[in-house]
Design a protein around this ligand. Structure first.
Ligand code: AMP
Length: 578
């Protein structure tokens, strides 16, 4: 009885945030990998389900799972202002201390130790769940006037925290845990804590991409439910965007696999014995829409294998293709809207399934093999038309990419997808292993209004720019549309940094507010409606194409152009919703 009570009490105590931060300090204090894993696994096994899923996220330097759209979006200035409001330190002192430590976590620890505001309520011990809940509320607070509400929520957290807890809260908000842990360690600790094979933990992690879900499944001995098996759809690997061949070559510095970007719909083909299924981008079963593909799939075989029946999962694109040319995406959409696939429609809009990846073959999960090996395996499989292997080339130069881009456009495709030959298949993740290169939607000219200091190689230079366009309906007031840090050379950044210092209006230490004078030409992937900026829009994957020294703030683009480009995208959006 007493034992039972003790274990309930200890489970309750270990969910306290103070325990979590002490664990972090212990991990930070040892260089031994074994000790780190031991501390971690002991701690994880003491947690209840809800706290476990939060703890593994925090320990992996995340607040929300990978791929989640939520983000706390709290900048340095909000943290500094909040700290000065509740401590005995004014904003100037806070800035000085920050410059001395160069670390926001240490600053928060110091400031909270000098706290003068006494919470009106009794000091409540923070728990993993209460911290996560507060972070969620901060992330959900959006809109133009959300700053104050976010600060109040943050204040509530700080008021209930000890100096050490404040240090970790700040590190987490900034995504800078830096306690010498990688997600890999957390996986090892999960495997040890719940006595599950590390290989299976890693496989489930590759498939789900979310350490919270994996830890919970491990705890319940249910990891097998996350494994890749035919007829169970797998989340798709997604592509990132770049805008020029130069940027791609510069980034990778190695030969890449280059394929056409087919303008169709993503589909996963599953075959198990005589059963075939196609799943859409949203993982719904769309087999009935593709009868000719399903019957061709039955004739897929592997000449080198003695098995008469092969089982597999493929990734690829369904396109409409007639007389040697792809049809327009809208034709494909028209066919997909039909309830019954008649013979007539299969003739009018014939389909091809272009295969570009393999996820599973005859009992073996392929996702951890490098792409070059997956491609070799694909080349050994014999497909029956209209299922075909994607055409591919190896490119290693800007000219090579440019030539294939032109070829792709001439053939009626959308552009290119360039792939790192060493990359694994990461289900559900968007990353720089696959890069799409499309014709740019358009570019906009915007003016820099805020510049922040960069990190790493760019420390000391003003390399992150917040830019604005004008709003013709409010006297040409400037409205922020986005933030970009890629596209310029180091030389250009140095020049801009010098110029920005001469037009500075306010210096916040880590960023400067400037007179709107420097005009940038910005390329981007798409425009989204967003509460993040006061223009009501945000650019997706913005990239600086040029510094427009020939232009002044009078020449920048205005909101109607943004709206026009936004409307042009409707067609693309409808495509992604298939
Ligand atoms: P987007 O929809 O613009 O984000 O571009 C990514 C999409 O391009 C993928 O989800 C696929 O549907 C499509 N795609 C077309 N061709 C390829 C290819 N060769 N490799 C990967 N994805 C491709």
């Amino acid at each position: 009885m007493i034992d039972g009570l003790n274990s309930v009490l200890s489970a309750e105590i270990s969910t306290h945030f103070s325990h979590f931060v002490h664990l972090c300090e212990k991990i930070l204090g040892t260089t031994s990998k074994n000790m780190k894993v031991n501390f971690l696994s002991e701690y994880l096994s003491s947690l209840n389900d809800e706290s476990l899923s939060v703890a593994v996220l925090f320990l992996s330097n995340r607040i929300f799972p990978l791929g989640s759209k939520s983000a706390v979006n709290i900048g340095y200035s909000t943290i500094m202002r909040t700290l000065s409001e509740i401590s005995t330190l004014d904003q100037n002192k806070i800035q000085q201390i920050y410059l001395k430590y160069g670390d926001m976590g240490a600053l928060s620890e110091y400031a909270i130790s000098k706290m003068h505001t006494v919470s009106l309520f009794q000091h409540r011990a923070l728990t993993l769940l209460s911290v996560h809940d507060r972070f969620r509320r901060i992330a959900d607070t959006i809109g133009y006037n959300s700053g104050k509400s976010k600060r109040n929520l943050l204040k509530g957290l700080f008021l209930n925290s000890s100096p050490l807890e404040a240090k970790y809260l700040t590190k987490m908000i900034n995504g800078e845990m830096r306690i010498g842990l990688t997600e890999g360690f957390v996986e090892v600790a999960v495997s040890k804590a719940f006595n599950q094979e590390l290989r299976i933990v890693r496989e489930a992690m590759l498939v789900l991409g979310d350490i919270s879900q994996v830890a919970l499944l491990a705890k319940k001995s249910l990891l097998h439910t996350a494994l890749v098996r035919p007829l169970n759809p797998v989340s798709y690997m997604l592509a990132d965007a770049m805008f020029t061949a130069e940027e791609i070559i510069d980034y990778y510095q190695k030969p890449l696999i280059c394929e056409y970007k087919y303008d169709g719909i993503r589909a996963q083909m599953h075959k198990s014995g005589q059963q075939v299924r196609f799943f859409s981008r949203k993982l719904t079963d769309v087999t009935d829409a593709f009868p000719e593909l399903a019957s061709a799939a039955l004739n897929t075989n592997l000449p080198s294998s003695s098995l008469s029946n092969i089982d597999l999962i493929l990734d690829g694109e369904v396109i409409a293709f007639l007389h040697g040319k792809p049809l327009h995406f809208q034709d494909l959409q028209k066919r997909l809207r039909k309830k019954n696939v008649t013979e007539q429609i299969t003739k009018e809009v014939p389909l091809v399934y272009v295969v570009y990846d393999i996820i599973y073959l005859n009992g073996e999960v392929m996702i951890r093999k490098p792409l070059r090996q997956r491609k070799e395996i694909l080349s050994e499989i014999s497909f029956r038309e209209p299922i075909i292997n994607a055409y591919q080339n190896i490119v290693n130069s800007e000219q090579g990419i440019a030539a294939m881009f032109e070829e792709s456009r001439d053939m009626g495709h959308e552009g290119l997808v360039l792939k790192d030959p060493d990359s694994q298949y990461y289900p559900g993740r968007r990353g720089r292993y696959w890069i799409k290169l499309k014709k740019e939607l358009d570019t906009i000219d915007a003016v820099i209004v805020i510049a922040e200091y960069g990190h790493g190689k760019r420390a000391g230079t003003l390399s992150d720019y917040t830019f604005a366009v004008k709003d013709e309906h409010s006297n040409d007031q400037l409205k922020i549309i986005g933030k970009a840090y890629s596209g310029l050379t180091d030389y250009e950044i140095n020049i801009i940094t010098k110029k920005l210092r001469t037009i500075m209006i306010k210096d916040d230490g880590y960023r400067v507010i400037v007179r709107p004078e420097i005009v940038l030409e910005i390329a981007f992937d798409s425009i989204q409606k967003s509460d993040r900026h006061n223009s009501g829009f945000a650019l997706r994957f913005p990239r600086i194409k040029n510094i427009r020294i020939d232009k002044t703030v009078k020449d920048i683009d205005s909101l109607p152009k943004i709206k026009q480009i936004y409307n042009k995208q409707v067609y693309l959006m409808s495509k992604n919703n298939v």
